[in-house]
Design a protein around this ligand. Sequence first.
Ligand SMILES: Nc1ncnc2c1ncn2[C@@H]1O[C@H](COP(=O)(O)OP(=O)(O)OP(=O)(O)O)[C@@H](O)[C@H]1O
Ligand SMILES: [Mg+2]
Length: 310
Amino acid sequence: MTLRLREDAEVVMFAGKGGVGKTTLSAATALHLAERGYRTLILTSDPAPSLGDIFERRIGDRVVEISTNLYALELSAEEVLRRWKQKFGGEVYEVLSSFVPVREEIIDYIGSAPGIDEEFMLDYIAGIATGGEYDRVVWDTAPAGHTLRLLRMPAVFIEHLEEAAKVYLRLYSAMLKIRETLGLRRPSREVFDIIEGWKRLSEELIEFIRSPRVEVIPAGMPQGLSVAQVRRLMEELKKFGIEVNKIVMNGVLPEHPCEFHREMVRTQRRYLAELRRDYPGVELVEVPLLPVEIRGLEGIRRVERLLFGR
Ligand SMILES: Nc1ncnc2c1ncn2[C@@H]1O[C@H](COP(=O)(O)OP(=O)(O)OP(=O)(O)O)[C@@H](O)[C@H]1O
Ligand SMILES: [Mg+2]
C-alpha cells in the first residue's frame, strides 16, 4: 500500500522513535508535494537537524530554495527564542513586572523555560500554514517523546494561565496597596486581557492541531521497540483527539535466502501482521529498506517513489 495524503492537510508531520526515518520520509513527502505543484516548506526545530545532510545543502535559520517549489528551513533554538521574544516578549514583561519587580532580562529566562519553544513552534507553523506563502508545510520533528510533549503543550499552557489569572486576581488588591513601597508599575486590567489572549491562542492551537489541516503520521520500523512506540503514539494521539488513519513502516526487509535474513523477515512480518490486526481501519504503508544511503534529490526521489508509488 502506498501513502495517500489527505488532500486538505496543509501541515504533514511524521512522529516516531529516533532513527526510524522521520527526516527521510519528510524529505520524500516534501519533494512529492513540491513536484505536484504545491509550494512546499520543509522545516525542523530539531536541535540536531539533518535536513542539510539529506538535501546536501547548507540550510539554517533562513529559508533556502532547494528546487522548484521546494524550500527548507532549520530553525535553531536561538532563532526560535528570538522570534518568540519578538512576538511575546513585551507582553510577558508587562504581565510579570506587574506581579514582581523584575528587569527585562527576565524575558530571556522565561523564553528558555521548557515548553516555550514547542508552544512557539506550533504557533509559528500555524502562522505559516495560514499565511499563504506556502501551500504545504512538512514538519520534520524530533523523536516521539518530544512530539507528544509538543502536542500537549497548549493544554498545559491553558492550565498554567488559568492558575496565573487566579493568582493575579488574588494579588490584585494587595498589590495596589504595596506597589508604592516596592516601586512596582501600576497593575492594569490589561494584564487580564493579555493572559486571556494567551489562553485564546493556546485554544486556537489545540483546535488547529486537531483539525484536518494537520496530518500526523506515526512512523516506525517493524521491530519490537519501535512498534511499541507507534502503539503508544496511536493511543496518545487518539486521547488527544487527533485522528490517525495511516502508519508508515519503514525499513521493511525483502525476501532473502540466507537463514539470518529469513529470521529477520519472519520477525518483521509478525509485527506487520499484528499491527494490521490491531488497527484494521488504518492503512499500513510499507517502505523497503534500501541498500544504499539516501542523500541528495536523487536519493530522496527514490524513497518518494517507494512511498507514494508511481
Ligand atoms: N528505507 C530506508 N532504507 C535505507 N536507509 C534508510 C531508510 N530510511 C532511513 N534510512 C537511513 O536511516 C538513518 C535514519 O533515518 P532518519 O535520519 O530519516 O531518521 P529520523 O527518524 O529522522 O532520526 P532522528 O530521530 O534522529 O531525527 C539515515 O541514515 C537514513 O538514511
Ligand atoms: Mg530526523
